[in-house]
Ligand binder design. Structure first.
Ligand code: HEC
Ligand code: HEC
Ligand code: HEC
Ligand code: HEC
Ligand code: HEC
Length: 230
């Protein structure tokens, strides 16, 4: 047998092995960055720096104090909470924009130190509206397509009914007095969004199947597979 006949298959095996190892490395690399340990740092970059602190934060802390459901309009009525369209932002930013704010000497930028940056982001919102260009927000929380989740049922349970105390397997682990106002109900699964510059999934509030099923069991809600899987 000529020596080259052995070298060719060997070279092929080498290529295949390199390919497989490379593939595994790439997959590990992607899953590390898309799902870092401890569930932190998961927030995707957003097309506009939208601070919940400024909008939903309490006026006492320099926020505007807008109710969650003013923007997430469908949250008490349907499956998806929905993220507001740029038209809803213009409800205020038609007036609240750099043109009017720089003229107002008393403007303090709500304690932010980057006033120019804040104004530039605000101007981008107005430009998006004028250009008829939707803001493509990135999703922070997303369940796989085979799972069904309905905000309405959860908000009804947390914000309505007789006064009662429950222990939930999610959140801070303290017994909770129900019913609570809508804004507090969101915190059960999303944490204190009003104090977040950038919405982040919270540790201890991973929306994994185990958490959903534990809470359903604790509250005598249905646990059949077909409730959550379609
Ligand atoms: C109910 C009124 C209201 C609505 C609705 C609203 N905003 Fe604002 N927004 C404000 C006010 C007030 C400020 C603070 C202005 C200032 O600094 O004095 C602000 C500030 C901002 C800023 C500057 C960031 C900063 O730190 O000050 C951005 C960016 C912004 N808004 C984006 C949006 C987007 C995007 C929407 C729609 C999803 C939206 N806003 C909806 C009232 C509103
Ligand atoms: C002025 C409008 C506005 C108000 C008020 C507001 N939000 Fe939002 N919210 C947004 C926008 C715009 C986004 C998308 C950008 C982002 O993720 O930061 C968003 C994103 C979110 C997300 C992440 C959605 C995802 O992709 O998984 C959650 C959770 C959320 N908001 C909860 C709340 C809660 C809780 C409150 C009340 C404390 C609230 N929001 C008040 C406009 C608003
Ligand atoms: C029982 C847990 C739970 C509660 C309570 C809850 N959420 Fe959610 N939220 C989720 C889950 C799970 C998702 C991901 C849903 C999906 O991918 O289908 C989500 C997604 C979202 C989203 C992005 C997708 C969408 O539905 O439009 C927004 C915005 C949001 N929630 C806002 C809120 C607000 C505002 C409140 C309070 C009024 C709230 N949520 C209360 C669990 C919860
Ligand atoms: C805080 C506790 C809690 C958590 C966490 C929770 N659920 Fe629920 N869920 C409930 C309760 C209570 C009900 C029953 C509400 C009612 O009385 O209709 C319910 C009802 C449902 C329903 C039935 C809705 C309908 O009426 O069609 C679905 C689907 C569901 N949950 C999915 C999920 C999924 C998926 C998750 C995890 C991402 C989850 N839930 C997390 C408490 C919880
Ligand atoms: C209360 C809601 C809920 C119930 C009930 C439920 N699941 Fe799930 N399931 C989820 C959620 C949310 C996910 C996606 C998040 C995750 O992977 O943990 C999921 C994911 C899965 C997956 C995919 C796991 C993966 O690694 O991708 C399988 C398989 C599954 N469920 C099977 C079942 C079976 C079988 C039952 C009935 C014994 C069941 N589930 C009941 C909420 C539920």
């Amino acid at each position: 047998m000529r020596p080259s006949a052995n070298i060719i298959p060997l070279a092929l095996v080498g290529l295949v092995v390199t390919g497989i190892v490379g593939f595994i490395v790439v997959v590990l690399f992607i899953s590390w960055f898309s799902n870092p340990p401890f569930g932190l740092g998961n927030a995707p970059a957003q097309p506009i720096d939208f601070p919940h602190t400024v909008h939903a934060g309490s006026p006492a802390e320099g926020g505007v104090g807008i109710a969650c459901e003013f923007c997430h309009r469908n949250v008490t009525e349907g499956a998806a909470a929905t993220v507001p369209a740029v038209e809803q932002c213009l409800f205020c930013h038609q007036q609240v924009n750099p043109e009017n704010l720089v003229a107002d000497a008393s403007h303090d930028g709500h304690g932010h130190n980057d006033l120019a940056g804040d104004l530039a982001e605000m101007q981008r919102v107005v430009d998006k509206f004028n250009d008829n260009d939707p803001i493509d927000w990135e999703r922070v929380h997303r369940l796989p397509d085979h799972v069904r989740f309905v905000h309405e049922a959860h908000l009804r349970f947390l914000t309505q009914g007789e006064p009662r105390t429950v222990s939930l397997p999610i959140g801070d682990g303290q017994p909770m007095q129900l019913p609570v106002p809508v804004g507090q109900a969101c915190s059960v699964c999303h944490g204190d969004v009003a104090s977040m510059e950038e919405v982040q999934p919270q540790p201890g509030q991973s929306l994994k199947m185990g958490t959903c099923v534990d809470c359903h069991r604790e509250l005598n809600a249905p646990t059949d597979c077909t409730i959550c899987h379609k």
